[in-house]
Design a binder for this molecule. Structure first.
Ligand code: GRF
Length: 204
């Protein structure tokens, strides 16, 4: 069984897409827990509907939350193979990156390295894409390292936005791409079909 932990901060539509993709195929993937920087969020409600354990994490000692050092041991005890950031808005602390080297991936709603970095999240990304009059956008799945949106790119999928009239329209088109791309990449990890060669990432 390939075990993943999904980190969320809001709506949870990517979490739902992952849950749906697991349900629709015979792939042996288990979401062992859902983690958020929030005490409550719609994504937690989705997790609770599927009886997936949830953890609220903070840098400090919060009354209902675990601190990152506790979270590392919880994730290791659960046998977590991959951490998936699906709309998690906080920077991942070094302790997690050091304990899960090359096992943390993130989905970004643009074609990195363009339109990425600190502050580039949610509608901010699509506003920047719109204002530049970019004609294509898309989604990127990449490894997470100690710099925002900087890790090696694993997969990308483009979408035509030449007819977009607003950043919201772009967001809608890109979200559809995210929902198809992220589950595909997770399945490739579960099949051990993500390799690094000549400093590049290949999906077999
Ligand atoms: C997605 O657009 C994702 O690319 C970005 O945050 C958003 C999360 O949406 N990192 P949801 O919570 O999965 O609906």
């Amino acid at each position: 069984m390939y075990k993943i932990a999904v980190f969320v901060s809001g709506r949870g539509s990517n979490l739902k897409a992952i849950i749906n993709s697991i349900a629709q195929t015979e792939i042996k993937i288990e979401i062992v827990c859902v983690v958020s920087d929030k005490i409550e969020c719609p994504a937690f409600e989705i997790a609770e509907n599927y009886r997936i354990p949830t953890y609220s994490v903070s840098q400090n000692e919060g009354k209902d939350s675990v601190v990152y050092s506790e979270l590392v041991s919880i994730l290791k005890k659960m046998g977590t193979d991959l951490i998936v950031l699906a709309g998690f808005l906080k920077k991942i602390p070094d302790i997690l990156i050091e304990n899960f080297e090359k096992k943390i991936i993130n989905i970004h709603p643009a074609l990195l390295p363009s339109f990425g970095g600190k502050g580039m999240y949610g509608l901010n990304v699509h506003k920047a894409v719109f204002e530049k009059s970019a004609q294509v956008s898309g989604a990127t799945v990449h490894f997470v390292d100690k710099i925002y949106d900087n890790g090696k790119i694993i997969a990308q999928e483009c979408v035509d936005i030449s007819d977009a009239n607003s950043p919201e329209e772009i967001a809608e088109k890109v979200l559809k791409v995210e929902h198809s791309l992220l589950p595909k990449v997770i399945i490739k990890f579960s099949d051990n079909k993500v390799i690094e060669k000549n400093n590049r990432i290949y999906l077999l």
